[in-house]
Design a protein around this ligand. Structure first.
Ligand code: KG4
Ligand code: ZN
Length: 340
């Protein structure tokens, strides 16, 4: 017998996502982004994001249903991101999800945004190997996790960034370089023409006495600013391709070095890399190279599942439904600064 169709809703930042998952399979998804509206401000403006979610909610849910060939009455459960994220943005998604769950008479599940990023991989590669190390690298987070059973066991938190997230470092450096928002993809593109060895940027927290799983990226951003400034002070244009390639190399080096070390130390055979920065070409290539050398299997979901989307939230909802988890009460609230 076919299982429950779970509708997942994501609205924690600037993407309004809806996805439909049944028994670990993605049936359809749709996405709207307010990214272009934020571009001229150089970052996400919470008020604009919340209003955009409100406008996009119904069309995005309808489009996801259409793509899956389903009707609203086929939905058997609703899962929604409750945090972490922008408060107003989260509240729009939660209000919409509650309304849908209530009117359809189906259970509602609150989902942690980062659990969503982790579960995104299951839609491509099937159930996560138990155990696996997950590196979450997005605009808001940089975390190394030891994961067993997402629906049942608590995730073991190995390390986090002490300041900026990796994506934030790319976004801020791109702004300093005069590249467009969002900065990650712009740095990735600019880096193609550059020499990754041209500038020796620091590799923060990689010394023998440093916490092996903690990250720090704010110093890198400062180093990138100083590098560009040295040229500008002389009235010259900084060689941006070299700067971008070298910065990207430093970030990819630190991320993959620590992730592989975590696998080794915990005797784990699979590394999963998720989140928007998993889309970075150098992060992917270096992770592949280092995992192969260490005999570790690498899983990276396809790009459309790496960045924020509704399917990943539906994937967690599907795991919860199949694990027999208790649904959330209808007074479920958002938790913008939800801890991991
Ligand atoms: O996971 P995500 O869509 O949203 C958050 O939960 O933050 O990640 C967005 C982040 C942004 O910082 C963006 O610049 C970065 O992912 N990003 C990239 C690339 N594509 C997206 N960073 C580096 N290279 C890329 N190709
Ligand atoms: Zn995210």
């Amino acid at each position: 017998m076919a299982g429950t169709v779970v509708l997942g809703i994501e609205s924690s930042c600037d993407e309004t996502g809806a996805g439909l998952v049944r028994d670990g399979r993605l049936l359809g998804q749709a996405l709207a982004s307010s990214m272009d509206e934020h571009a001229r401000f150089g970052g996400v403006v919470p008020e604009i994001a919340a209003r955009a979610h409100l406008e996009a909610f119904t069309p995005v849910v309808r489009e996801a249903l259409d793509r899956a060939g389903l009707r609203p009455a086929d939905v058997g459960a609703v899962a929604v991101t409750t945090g972490p994220g922008l408060s107003g943005a989260l509240q729009v998604g939660l209000a919409g999800a509650k309304t849908l769950a209530h009117s359809l008479g189906v259970p509602l599940y609150g989902v942690h945004h980062l659990a969503g990023h982790v579960a995104a991989d299951t839609l491509e590669h099937g159930p996560l190997p138990d155990p696996c190390v997950v590196l979450i690298v997005s605009g808001g987070h940089t975390s190394l996790l030891l994961v067993r059973d997402l629906a049942r066991d608590p995730v073991v938190h190995l390390g986090d960034t002490l300041d900026d997230a990796a994506g934030e470092c790319f976004d801020k450096a791109a702004r300093l370089f005069g590249l467009p928002y969002p900065g990650g993809p712009a740095i990735d593109r600019a880096a193609r023409e550059g020499d990754p060895g041209a500038v020796t940027f620091p590799r923060p927290l990689t010394g023998p006495r440093d916490d092996p799983y903690a990250f720090s990226f704010s110093g890198l951003k400062t180093a990138a600013a100083r590098w560009a400034e040295r040229y500008r002070a002389r009235g010259e244009r900084p060689p941006l391709a070299d700067g971008a390639a070298s910065l990207q190399e430093a970030v990819a080096d630190v991320l993959t070095r620590k992730a592989v070390a975590a696998c080794r130390e915990h005797g784990v055979g699979t590394l999963v890399v998720v989140g928007g920065v998993a889309a970075n070409s150098r992060v992917r290539a270096l992770a592949e190279e280092r995992c192969r050398a260490a005999g570790i299997a690498l899983q990276v979901p396809p790009l459309r599942l790496c960045t924020d989307n509704g399917a990943m939230i539906a994937a967690v909802g599907d795991l919860l439904v199949r694990a027999g988890a208790a649904p959330a009460p209808l007074d479920l609230s958002v938790d913008p600064s939800a801890p991991l």
